[in-house]
Design a protein around this ligand. Structure first.
Ligand SMILES: [Ca+2]
Length: 320
């Protein structure tokens, strides 16, 4: 048998049995290779995803960097929710009272360079005038056509602007002569008007204030007013005072102080009892409406519809 020539199959079997002891690990190598390959492929995929995410975030950062403070981003990103503010409550102290014509249904009030400007409402009763504060006597006075119900007023440079209630038109007058020099249209109702030095601010009874360009009268911004997260309706006569918007709340004796940044109410001014009940009855006076501010003497002036008095008041913070 020794001389018998070994078949190819026998030789292959022998060769296999003579394989060195590391032969089993060679079979491990057969599964390690695909595992390592899979891991490498996964690593590449993960790398690609991370790098894409990084470039996306970089794009957003660039966008944010190019957005000016106060501008809304056109990306549709949801801005961070403003933190809810607990408004400060104020009472008041009367410093002095002045005469106010009880036939004036006050809809707009401004104090400017030593004179009081007032716009009044009701069809057939509406007027625009400026008055001596101490005596209440008119210095200039014009009547509106009976087709128009006058509303809020504001002084912008050398012009006086007066809204109308439902007529969708505002009238523009020369401040010096009271001559009507123009008008512009707007949608919805007109209630209160003021300005912040950059834009006219208009209320219309809804919780949304409109900011208008004072040259084109186009709406450039809308601000929804919220009190502790809830929209606040019936914002009426307005006055911009020291970086806040003050607004009468129609049919109440309350004024709110609003942050123009986010529309949150930061203060409530309770003017209950300001006009004594007897005077209110005697003149059939209606609700508080009319806020003006004397910038030079820092006087806050308020009155109401058909009120016989106008008051210089100071605010007194109330403890909750
Ligand atoms: Ca005002």
């Amino acid at each position: 048998m020794s001389g018998k020539k070994k078949s190819r199959a026998e030789r292959r079997r022998e060769a296999r049995s003579e394989l060195p002891s590391e032969a089993p690990s060679s079979s491990s190598a057969r599964w390690i290779v695909p595992v390592v390959t899979t891991v490498l492929v996964l690593a590449v995929i993960v790398g690609v995803i991370v790098s894409r995410n990084r470039s996306t975030h970089a794009g957003v950062s660039d966008e944010l960097a190019s957005t000016q403070p106060g501008q809304s981003k056109p990306t549709g990103d949801t801005p961070a929710k403003p933190k809810k503010v607990t408004p400060t409550i104020y009472g008041y102290k009367v410093i002095k009272s002045y005469p106010h014509n009880p036939r004036h249904y006050c809809q707009g009030l401004v104090y400017h360079e030593g004179l009081l400007y007032e716009g009044t409402g009701h069809y057939g009763e509406s007027l625009l005038g400026r008055f001596d504060l101490d005596t209440g006597e008119p210095v200039n006075l014009i009547d509106l056509d009976a087709l128009y119900f006058g509303e809020g007023i504001a002084i912008w440079e050398d012009k006086i602007i007066q809204l109308t209630w439902k007529e969708n038109v505002a009238f523009v007058y020369d401040k010096k002569t009271f001559k009507k020099i123009g008008s512009f249209k707007y949608s919805g109702e007109g209630w209160g008007l003021t300005h912040d030095g950059t834009h006219l601010i208009l209320s219309d009874g809804t919780p949304t204030l409109r900011f208008l360009d004072p040259k084109s009268y186009k709406v450039v911004r809308r601000l929804t007013v919220k009190d502790r997260g809830r929209s606040l309706r019936n914002l009426n006569e307005l006055e911009y005072i020291n970086g806040e918007i003050y607004a009468n709340i129609y049919q109440t004796d309350q004024i709110v102080r609003i942050s123009p940044k986010d529309g949150q109410v930061v203060g409530w001014i309770d003017l209950t009892g300001l006009l004594p009940a007897a005077q209110r009855r005697a003149h059939q006076s209606e609700v508080l409406n009319g806020i003006a501010y004397d910038v030079e003497k820092k006087r806050l002036l308020v009155t109401g519809k058909y009120w016989p008095k106008l008051y210089h008041i100071e605010l007194a913070e109330r403890k909750r």
